[in-house]
Design a binder for this molecule. Structure first.
Ligand SMILES: Cc1cc2nc3c(=O)[nH]c(=O)nc-3n(C[C@H](O)[C@H](O)[C@H](O)COP(=O)(O)OP(=O)(O)OC[C@H]3O[C@@H](n4cnc5c(N)ncnc54)[C@H](O)[C@@H]3O)c2cc1C
Length: 210
């Protein structure tokens, strides 16, 4: 089988997660290309902290190349048009073949990105199980004064979402700081933040996974 090229449009939360998950699963004969109009990634959940002076913009901004796995190619260009029938993506620097549009959402950009990556990788490699998006998620609600609420649960449950919202506290605010470190940190800092989040999630029974 000849190698495939997968284009991921938008190097935000969803695009980064998808590109990394796909690179992990596809052999090197397949290309994974992440396209964004800018090379600087901004961690949007921390923008609230920029507004109140707790973060400088440069602290929540990171070069996209440092957030993706080796082997993910990055192209900086403006996407202008997507033609799903022709599998073409028109950009300010020319047309690219084999475009795969990605879903959008908040915390779901991450979960959906993982599922999309698995499904495409399974299709390309012809192996593995059919990945399913479970609809589990979580979200912080900033309440000020160094406190935050935290909602986690089944956002797509029928007939209504099942998303308990405990009282705001400092603990949830610290959880969001850990989450920021997990996203923007490197090496040991990232590993420690992820381990603490995973252990904390288990103890507190948080739905959704990292
Ligand atoms: C202040 C704030 C707080 C938030 N807090 C939370 C939170 O606590 N929890 C939560 O789950 N979500 C939160 N969100 C929402 C969350 O950040 C977004 O839903 C999430 O980033 C969406 O991910 P995405 O990958 O779909 O899009 P984005 O992260 O927005 O990425 C889109 C990417 O596409 C690129 N792009 C756009 N158009 C083009 C084009 N034409 N050509 C090339 N590149 C292009 C952009 O440069 C960008 O990098 C928050 C958002 C904000 C603004």
């Amino acid at each position: 089988m000849t190698g495939k090229t997968v284009l991921i449009l938008g190097g935000g939360i969803g695009g980064i997660v998808t590109a990394n998950a796909m690179r992990d699963r596809l052999t090197s004969k397949h290309r994974v290309i992440l396209i964004d109009k800018r090379m600087d990634y901004v961690f949007s959940p921390s923008l609230l902290w920029v507004m109140v002076g707790w973060r400088r913009p440069e602290r929540i901004t990171k070069d996209l190349r440092r957030l993706v796995r080796p082997g993910v190619e990055i192209t900086t260009t403006q996407v202008q048009e997507i033609d799903p029938d022709a599998q073409m993506v028109m950009t300010s620097s020319g047309d690219l073949a084999n475009g795969k549009p990605l879903p959008k959402a908040g915390v779901f950009a991450e979960g959906q990105g993982q599922t999309v990556a698995l499904r495409i990788a399974e299709e390309i490699e012809g192996k593995g199980r059919q990945a399913e998006f479970d609809g589990l998620g979580f979200c912080w609600i900033e309440t000020g004064g160094g406190m935050a609420g935290f909602a986690s649960g089944e956002f797509y449950a029928e007939p209504d979402p099942v998303v308990p919202l405990p009282h705001a506290s400092r603990m949830w605010h610290w959880g969001k700081i850990l989450f920021e470190k997990y996203w923007l940190g490197q090496g040991l800092t990232r590993l420690m933040a992820r381990t603490m989040l995973r252990v904390g999630s288990k103890i507190l029974g948080v739905s959704g996974s990292l």
